[in-house]
Every structure is written in structure tokens, then in C-alpha cells.
Design a protein. Sequence first.
Length: 238
Amino acid sequence: MGRAYQNRKESMSKTSDMKSKIYSRYSREIYMCAKSGGTEPTGNLALASLLERAKKEQVPAHVIEKAIAKAAGGGGEDFAVARYEGFGPGNTMIIVDCLTDNPNRTYGDVRTCFNKVKAKLGASGAVSHLFDHSAIFRFSGPDEDAVLEALADADVDVTDIEAEDDVITVFAPQTEYAKTRNALKEAFEGIEFDVEDVQFIPQVTTAIEGEDVEQFEKMVDLLNYLDDVQHVYHNAEY
């Protein structure tokens, strides 16, 4: 069915400054994950998966080690999850996930990004009910039937499976992330994921063109440059 999900690397500018932003975001996420679930990847599957993603995005080892060491020390900042929803150029729908130590500052920064392109922030739940919160695994390997059988044997609640050009993409509810990952790892030795992530996937997309595209891209760039913003999800198609 061609479900639209976003490759984080493709959704962000490939400048050296943006790379440092990516490293900073992974540092926060690793710190929070290790602080809440333990610093040993063997006992914290969420951390193990996060570290694999960070390495694939070439996050330097010293950034990872510093974040884990800070979590092990028990001190450091207390970040809270903040989610903002709204409507962007061309009546697109946008979800902005943040990790913040100052919610008032973060709300003001995100609102400014919306205002600069005459977009509108909405209340909590304004658009998220039109997205599926999904675990996504994309990999090369066995055929679709073998994957379906392995996941069924592990009693995984699969939402969808796509197969194209020897590449398989599995979608499952975000609550099934660890279960799906473990089932695939156990069933197919040496499997490597091109994508292993939890994202908001739009149930419908909104086509935009012309000035709306320019304004939309400006808005996403503004949001991505905010230190507190972790992920930007949307339903724009162009």
C-alpha cells in the first residue's frame, strides 16, 4: 500500500551544522534512554536499538560514551517529552516531538517557527489521530511469506508488510517494537536493518505545490534547527 514514512537523514539538511544537531539529539535521547532503562545495552533493548541507529548515522563514539557516562552518574538534566501538533502550509498536518528542560521556552520556539510561515499550532490531539504511531523495520533478505511466518510464530501484531525489489518493510504498532525486532533477529541470523524506528505515519497525505512547498520546507528547516526538537513528522507530499 506504499505507506509513507520518513528517513530522518533525508528530512534534514546535510550541512556540518546540521550534523552537530543530529549528534546533539542522539546524545539527549541516549542519555534519557540509559537513565530510565539502564546503561547496559544487554539489559536495555531500547538503548541497544538506539545505539545501533546512532552508529548507522555516524554519531561519534565519544558522543555516545559521554551520554551513557552522564546517565550512569545519576545527575545531569531532567528532560521531558513535549509534543506539538498543528497545520502547516497548504493545510498539511505536522507533529513536532521534543525533549526539553524548559517547556515554556520550547513551546515559544516552536510557535515562532509556525508563525513565520503563517502556520497554526493546534491543541494536543489536533492531528495525531490521523497518524499511526508505528514501529518500522526495513531490510533486505528473505521473502515476504518467510517474514510473515516468523512474526506469526512470535505472535507479533503486524500492521502491514511491503515487499519491493528484495527489500521488505514491516509495520507494527509502536508497542510491538521490541517484540518485532527480537522476532526478526531470532528468525533471520545476521539480519541488518536499513530502518528500525518508531514514527508517526500519516493515514492520508496532502499534496502541495508552488509557494506552499517553499514555505513548508522553510518551516521544517526552522524546526529542525531548534535544539529541543527531536523529530518532525508530516503528511505533505510534493
